[in-house]
Write a protein that binds this ligand. Structure first.
Ligand code: 8X3
Length: 244
């Protein structure tokens, strides 16, 4: 059997980088896509994969990414993130635009462009990393929760539209994972970002990568539709058992 290929978006750090490592360990040739090329090249060298610049907010960038890859069996839509935490009354429309562009339209652009190859694979798999914010809204988070809900709906709609085609779809909805996520959300404020994970044992990127590896290793008649993963210390968004 020829080597199977995987594409991981947002692969320069966090869940994306850990997933790329996991899939490479499982024997996939992994195309890692992100904007930060130096990190991407280091990762690709480490895992024997291919680094390709990718900005999911640009149709041209997504097309040149697609042109640079040679077939894809597994697509991991991981690129995305949050910007800000504010009441709707005070929120910054540009933050919303960024979140909708990266999480929703980014997933749409990449998925739509790679879909013919995923179908041609004969055993395609699309994993979309959403969030528990795709399942429940929370106060001060509407920009992010609305984008994650929309991304989840896009992904879940494809499950029906692709019925009968050889493509599986899995949504992974993580809770608190300690990555650069909060640093980006709070615009580089490390102290504020650290508070999100203070006094709990958060998930780490590898925890999610392990789940994605499990999903990708199921036999092709098994579709894991939706997986919610939270730390034991978290019941829901904003509901934690904190020590100290
Ligand atoms: C990250 C989880 O609870 O900050 O997607 O929205 S949360």
């Amino acid at each position: 059997m020829s080597t199977r290929s995987a594409v991981v978006t947002g692969a320069s750090s966090g869940i994306g980088a850990a997933t790329a490592r996991k899939l490479a360990e499982m024997g996939y040739h992994v195309y890692v896509g992100a904007r930060r090329l130096d990190r991407l090249h280091r990762l690709a060298d480490e895992i024997g994969g291919t680094a390709v610049e990718l900005d999911v907010t640009s149709a041209e960038s997504v097309q040149s990414f697609a042109d640079a890859i040679d077939g894809v069996d597994v697509l991991v839509n991981n690129a995305g993130g949050a910007k800000g935490l504010a009441a709707v009354a005070d929120t910054d429309v540009d933050d919303w635009r960024w979140m909708w562009e990266t999480n929703v339209l980014g997933t749409l652009r990449v998925t739509k462009t790679l879909l013919p190859e995923l179908i041609a694979s004969g055993d395609g798999l699309i994993v979309t990393v959403t969030s528990i914010a795709a399942l429940t809204p929370y106060d001060y988070g509407a920009g992010y929760t609305s984008a994650k809900h929309a991304q989840g709906v896009l992904h879940r709609t494809l499950r029906g539209e692709l019925l009968g085609k050889p493509v599986r779809l899995t949504e992974i909805a993580p809770g608190a994972v300690e990555t650069e996520f909060s640093l980006v959300r709070f615009d580089g404020d490390a102290e504020r970002a650290a508070k999100v994970y203070a006094g709990i044992d958060p998930l780490v990127a590898e925890d999610i990568a392990d789940v994605i590896g499990f999903v990708a290793s199921r036999p092709k008649h098994v579709n894991l539709d939706q997986i919610v993963v939270k730390p034991r210390d978290q019941a829901d968004a904003g509901r934690f058992a904190r020590r100290g």
